[in-house]
Design a protein around this ligand. Structure first.
Ligand SMILES: Cc1ncc(COP(=O)(O)O)c(C=O)c1O
Length: 432
């Protein structure tokens, strides 16, 4: 008998959090790291939200509260979802969670038995795949292809669905590719889901980047299409839209009140409730007319940075980068750089146990971090299965423009530094 359960060995992680100590260790040596690894907007929380949270603290709104989420916030969420998605959302189907992340694992634990199949996009948010293994379900990644602009088609979803499919994860705008869905695309995906899925399948629509869209594009949700409200769990929150990742407020709209009750009971079991003063802040974030300007200003800044970074990356030999439609990441193909620098050969020459823990894009990611002080994320951080021969990085643009310009210069220099890379591999210190 070992100390840990078999199951606990199967959970993976989100490397964006794991890379923090590596960055700190570099900065402790007096070197400044350019942080293009971050999954959070670099803006302060809008003043009108801060004021409400402070006001609530002064009112001593600091006690246990409704484990499903305070009624005033659930009402505001239901109104927001009804108005923006054209559905009839009600507060009794809404559950508030500490962020948009917890419903991912809680839903898999609630809806899936071992052997059930879970479909999810790859590259995609790593927690989808992490929990599939944890709950013993079968991961069915749908690989988003660069040549198809990282979009997800109805054919791809359709051919992944079987009798055993239990959950399907969608994420538009998407992390890490920034892909957004068009109404036609969603309509077709909805059609194939209605055709092939029973009413016991749940579509998990992760819409946490719903407000971060560029070039005047609007957000569209799978839940708006005929028949989808009955099978969709719609998830979002304040982390990205209001630059409030530390507030830990997210929510899900469930197809039925009965399901909401089950998740309310999980909340009771796991954490009782979520700070009511922050929930009041989230309520004002949804209700105040000031929300529009706050979001607009942030998105405008992201769009200018996206243009800067995409065009900068595309001038670097060996890098090819598409223009994302939303979120705050770009996802360049670095195969050319890997070839030019000798990354592929270096990878092949590593001992098998090291090779298993790394990848060519990880080697370049680590070279950039430790030798050039630019933090990015490698391809396998966004779904491991089937990622072995894919060479991409996620570069976050949630960093100020001056730093991004410096970061681009450093990436350009690093991508030519064959000798530096050879020495880095020879030292063998930071290979994963
Ligand atoms: C696609 C996606 N879903 C969910 C989350 C989690 O959001 P939260 O911080 O609200 O838990 C993130 C955060 O990076 C994300 O990128």
């Amino acid at each position: 008998m070992g100390l840990y359960s078999k199951k606990s060995e199967r959970i993976d992680t989100e490397n964006a959090f794991k890379i923090g100590p590596q960055i700190r260790s570099i900065e402790e040596q007096g070197k400044k790291v350019i942080k293009c690894n971050l999954g959070e907007p670099d803006f302060p929380v809008p003043e009108f939200i801060k004021e409400e949270v402070k006001r609530q603290l002064d009112l001593d709104n600091t006690h246990y509260c409704d484990p499903q989420g305070i009624p005033s916030l659930r009402k505001a969420i239901a109104k927001h979802l009804s108005e923006t998605r054209g559905i009839q959302a009600t507060a009794d189907r809404v559950v508030v969670f500490p962020g948009a992340k917890p419903p991912i694992g809680l839903c898999q634990q609630t809806y899936c038995d071992p052997g059930d199949e879970v479909i999810y996009p790859s590259p995609g948010f790593p927690i989808y795949e992490s929990f599939i293994n944890y709950v013993g379900a079968k991961p069915i990644p749908v690989h988003l292809k660069e040549e198809k602009n990282f979009t997800l088609s109805d054919e791809e979803i359709g051919s992944a669905i079987t009798q055993k499919t239990k959950m399907i994860f969608l994420n538009f705008p998407s992390n890490p590719t920034g892909g957004a869905a068009s109404p036609e695309q969603l309509q077709n995906i909805a059609l194939v889901m209605r055709e092939k899925c029973s009413e016991e399948v749940r579509v998990f629509s992760d819409e946490v980047y719903e407000d971060i869209l560029f070039d005047g594009n609007k957000h569209h949700s799978i839940i708006s299409y005929a028949g989808m409200e009955k099978i969709t769990v719609l998830v979002s929150g304040v982390s990205k839209s209001f630059s409030w990742t530390g507030g830990r407020i997210g929510w899900a709209l469930f197809p039925t009140i009965e399901e909401a009750e089950i998740f309310k009971n999980l909340n009771i079991n796991y954490f009782s409730c979520i700070p009511p003063y922050n929930q009041e802040g989230a309520r004002i974030a949804l209700e105040s007319p000031l929300r529009h300007d706050a979001i607009y200003n942030m998105v405008e800044a992201f769009q200018a940075r996206r243009d800067l970074v995409v065009s900068g990356l595309n001038t670097i030999k060996g890098i090819r980068c598409q223009k994302p439609k939303g979120a705050f990441y770009v996802f360049p193909n670095i195969s050319g750089v890997c070839e030019n620098l000798g990354v592929m050969d270096a990878f092949q020459s590593l001992p098998p146990n090291v090779r298993q823990r790394t990848s060519p894009s990880t080697l370049f990611q680590m070279f950039l971090l430790f030798e050039y002080q630019v933090a990015t994320m490698d391809r396998k951080s966004f779904g491991r299965i089937g990622s072995e021969h894919l060479h991409y990085l996620r570069v976050s643009i949630a960093t100020d423009t001056e730093s991004l310009k410096k970061g681009l210069n450093r990436i350009a220099t690093a991508s030519l530094d064959r000798e530096g890379f050879r020495c880095f591999i020879e030292r063998g210190e930071h290979l994963f």
